[in-house]
Design a protein. Structure first.
Ligand SMILES: Nc1ncnc2c1ncn2[C@@H]1O[C@H](COP(=O)(O)OP(=O)(O)O)[C@@H](O)[C@H]1O
Ligand SMILES: C[C@@](O)(CCOP(=O)(O)O)CC(=O)O
Length: 897
């Protein structure tokens, strides 16, 4: 028969191990009950489920591995030695320990727990409350008086017939993640004053300290558990939990439960844990030294830092009276959740991950990660700052860890470097209450942008003059049109990113952690995203993204480029640790018709990512988007355009972002001496009516731009002369558009025709379908001047409808277009209109339908994500923008420069 409960060390009183130090004990697995027949120097793995033989014989000390297994027995005996415990149990995870321990709490009993606890503990306690009618009371256990009074009250209340009785006390010190210190001896004393261990055992989670630093059984608690996934194993390569107790009854109960439930640690994990334990002492000593250095550095920089090793940490002396060291977990506050997120994103050496205790250093935001299971309101009530960062220091060189943190602070704008190279803390953008915690509404308001749903939108454009020439430094005159692209971003929690493109009939999904993050160059990862934009595409990152996309979209497919641009910006602005998002793009603009659908897509993509990564703040309803934010969106939109188009001029994305009617000149010596893009918004442009005719002939902007470059290389004098003329045309047109005057429309029409001729030859970008449109319309009325717009080669033509044109001429024009062989659609629009827009409060889009939960009476209002993806284009436009008589309120629009 297998041993019911694993025995203790099993060594005689006179064995020298009785005097060995912890360090020696850890490294020495000595177990006379399990001598290996071959004298193997490490304990073999008994990878078997059953053991042969009849019960009761010597051969059959074991029968079934769920009940006991030699690999686990050796581990448990070793654990008993290093914990100074009579009984130790090894199970599948730390949470499994709590599950086993809390199974003895009965319905209508109370578990008294701390108020700063791990999110997983909170979740399990919540489950017990919901399913088992167990009550949970949280109290700040670092407040001795409050704790004693709460215990007294609970015991007193429990005396009433039918009233809930105190059944267990759950303690952890230092707390996770605020590192609050609890006086264990005093806690035991105040609980035992009112209630016995039999009625209410005191259980301690010792994961933050491990037996290397604290032995809670010696301080009087009844049972202790550790997540052995952390320090005890130390390499982030196994999940395990351990329970220890000196109490015979508790040991019997735990053993019975583990055997019944079947969550004992498997043989291979037992072997791995034993291997990790041998270096526990030395690892933690090194980690602790590093943690002290890092904590002092953070405090020196002016961050509110929580670490028991710091002078002035509340309860520090108490901590050192019950523990041998301060551990290697630190938390600190930046006072700004978005800033914290940027810091996390900018670190390189610190792994962004939950958990702690590994030899590698980790950084995390508890409220988004380990403690996300706790409702934000509860977190706020427990004074857990949303901006809190948690560091788990590994065994790396502390100098490297500090240098990496400083670089991340600088990149995120949390620190400034002065002329002498001195680092000083930058004033946080949004500050919290003096104690660093926030009220519930403030916490909700500061909830990370990545958790918010938003809709962004950007218009298409029509180039009235100067397309193609603009790539080579000539001024283009362009205006936004009424047709727009919209993007809806919705948070999700499964670590996946989804890209839904209904217009292209595709829906792709990637696991964020599986994206090629290793290819993100440090110069991109380390950029201060709020002030800097990568100017060049990184060839390696692009290549790796193309490879990633290839499994979903073939290179020849239209969505291929959309996916590559999407992932390029997602990885440039986001982080591997992202919790997940769904992006849905809808385009009211015809795609690939020369109306700038790609630029509108790029502007939506850039702004959606900048907003939801917290790089820029989502404006409150209806307040304008600042021109600084618009500039940043424009620079990232240009990056996306570069992915889509190779060598774009930047005019399209500028119109998509700023809207209105503008001239745009790109720096290009010797044609102009500009140092950066010159963008001039044309004021007071009269509402010119335009017809936009889509020939339906698809073409490729990238190829057409490259074709013009080829002609320029082959015949520079002729092509440059054409560019000179186009420059004059654009200048004159800008004058006419702003000053108006007699015959302005006639003159503008003439200029359009002239510009078209030059695009046809020598630039060579017209197409028979475009010439047919021009002929058809000039036959209807010679007053209708038409030119190609955008890249040409098909796509769209733009026609100026001079003021005073009778309606029947416009209808006739439409009819004649319908008769053309190459014709897709015709839209009437006016020049100008708003640029980038954001709807931060998507609640306004919620339908009237409300679900009421029968049990709780809670109401769920539906934001119709599905409607966004599926609505017809006309319905979508009216839903998002409202109708003429009743425009949708709440949109924030770009301030006109
Ligand atoms: N709504 C959209 N969804 C996905 N991709 C889009 C969307 N709009 C544009 N694109 C991308 O932009 C490309 C079109 O760019 P381009 O040929 O320059 O046409 P346009 O003149 O309309 O900008 C598409 O092939 C696609 O990759
Ligand atoms: C041909 C060009 O001048 C405009 C391209 O516009 P579109 O992609 O056809 O919408 C190229 C550019 O400016 O980047």
């Amino acid at each position: 028969m297998a041993p019911l409960i694993p025995a203790g060390a099993g060594i005689g009183e006179d064995h020298p191990s009785k005097t060995w130090s912890f360090q020696t004990l850890c490294a020495t697995i000595y177990d006379p009950d399990h001598l290996d027949q071959y004298g193997s120097s490490s304990t073999p793995i008994y990878q078997c489920t059953t053991f042969k033989g009849l019960p009761g014989t010597k051969k059959t000390a074991y029968d079934y591995s769920r009940s006991s297994n030699p690999s686990r027995s050796v581990l448990q005996n070793h654990l008993s030695k290093i914990q100074g415990a009579k009984y130790s149990f090894a199970v599948s995870t730390g949470m499994a320990c709590l599950d086993i321990i809390t199974r003895s709490v009965k319905p209508n009993e109370v578990i008294l727990a701390g108020d700063d606890i791990y999110g997983g503990t909170h979740r399990l306690l919540g489950m017990l409350m919901k399913n088992n009618n167990i009550k949970v009371v949280h109290v700040d256990m670092s407040d001795q008086k409050l704790l004693a009074e709460t215990v007294r009250q609970l015991v007193e209340d429990g005396k009433q017939p039918g009233a809930p009785k105190l059944g267990m006390v759950l303690v952890e010190t230092p707390t996770n993640p605020m590192l609050k210190v609890i006086d264990i001896r005093a806690c035991v004393q105040s609980v035992r004053k009112y209630i016995s261990a039999e009625d209410a055992p005191i259980i301690m989670d010792n994961t933050m300290m491990s037996p290397a630093l604290m032995r809670p059984l010696e301080l009087g608690v009844d049972a202790v558990y550790d997540s052995a996934t952390k320090y005890l194993s130390g390499h982030h390569d196994l999940m395990a939990g351990i329970i220890a107790t000196n109490n015979d009854d508790l040991a019997q109960t735990y053993h019975f439960t583990i055997n019944s439930v079947g969550n004992a640690l498997a043989p291979f994990e037992s072997f791995l844990l034993m291997r990790g334990l041998k270096t526990l002492h030395i690892r933690l000593a090194a980690q602790q030294l590093g943690a002290q250095r890092v904590a002092e550095h953070l405090q020196g920089l002016g961050f509110k830092t929580h670490y028991p090793g710091l002078k002035g940490h509340p309860g520090r002396d108490m901590h050192f009276s019950q523990a041998k060291g301060a551990g290697a977990v630190i938390s600190f506050e930046t006072d700004d959740p978005q800033l914290s997120q940027m810091v996390v994103n900018a670190t390189r050496l610190w792994g962004v991950s939950v958990s702690f205790g590994s030899v590698n250093s980790l950084i995390s935001m508890p409220c988004l990660m380990s403690h996300a299971a706790i409702d934000p309101k509860v977190r706020a009530a427990r004074a857990l700052p949303e901006n809190l960062l948690r560091l788990c220091v590994g065994i790396e060189d502390p100098d490297d860890l500090i240098a990496d943190l400083d670089a991340a602070f600088l990149a995120a704008g949390a620190l400034h470097k002065d002329a002498n190279g001195q680092l000083t803390r930058a004033k946080p953008a949004s500050s919290t209450a003096a104690n660093g915690s926030m009220s519930a509404p403030a916490a909700a308001a500061a909830s990370p942008a990545s958790q918010q749903s938003i809709v962004v939108s950007a218009p298409g454009k029509v180039i009235l003059f100067g397309e193609h020439a603009v790539v080579h430094g000539v001024t283009a005159l362009a205006a936004s049109v009424g047709l727009r692209c919209y993007a809806l971003v919705q948070p999700r929690g499964d670590g996946k990113v989804q890209l839904e493109l209904p217009e292209l009939k595709v829906n792709h999904e990637w696991i964020i952690a599986d994206l090629p993050w290793d290819a993100v160059p440090s110069k991109v990862g380390g950029l201060n995203k709020a002030t800097e934009t990568p100017t060049e595409l990184d060839a390696r990152l692009l290549r790796r993204i193309v490879q990633t996309v290839e499994s979903k979209a073939a290179a020849a497919e239209r969505d291929h480029a959309s996916c590559v641009a999407f992932l390029y910006l997602f990885m440039t602005l986001g982080a591997k640790s992202h919790q997940g998002q769904t992006f849905t793009f809808r385009s009211l603009l015809p795609i690939s018709a020369g109306l700038g659908s790609s630029a509108a897509y790029s502007a939506c993509l850039a702004s959606a990512l900048l907003y939801t990564n917290g790089v820029i703040s989502i404006p409150s309803a209806s307040s304008p988007i600042s021109s600084a934010d618009a500039d940043l969106v424009n620079s990232y939109a240009f990056l996306s355009e570069r992915v889509l188009h190779g060598n774009p001029s930047g005019v399209d994305n500028s119109v998509a972002v700023y809207g209105g009617c503008l001239t745009f000149t790109r720096p290009s010596a010797p044609r102009n001496q500009h140092k950066s893009n010159e963008l001039k918004l044309l004021p007071n442009v009269h509402a010119k009516r335009l017809l936009l005719t889509d020939t339906g002939v698809s073409r490729d902007t990238k190829a057409l731009v490259a074709g013009v470059q080829q002609r320029l290389d082959q015949d520079p004098s002729q092509v440059n002369a054409a560019f000179d003329t186009i420059q004059k045309i654009a200048d004159e047109a800008a004058q006419l558009l702003t000053s108006g005057g007699k015959d302005a429309d006639v003159k503008l029409g003439e200029l359009m025709k002239k510009n078209h001729q030059l695009l046809a030859s020598p630039l060579g970008v017209s197409h028979p379908s475009l010439e047919e449109v021009r002929n058809a319309l000039s036959t209807v009325s010679p007053a209708l001047s038409t030119k190609l717009t955008g890249a040409g080669g098909g796509g769209c033509a733009v026609t100026l409808i001079p003021s005073g044109t009778p309606d029947n001429v416009v209808s006739e024009a439409r009819e004649s277009l319908q008769r053309l062989p190459d014709f897709s659609s015709v839209h009437e629009t006016v020049v100008g209109g708003s640029g980038l827009s954001v709807l931060g409060d998507v609640k306004v889009l919620r339908s009237a339908s409300v679900d009421v939960n029968g049990e709780t009476g809670e109401q769920t209002h539906h934001f119709e994500g599905e409607r966004f993806a599926k609505a017809g284009l006309e319905e979508l436009g009216e839903w998002l923008e409202g109708t003429e008589g009743k425009a949708r309120q709440g949109w924030s629009r770009v301030e006109q420069k």
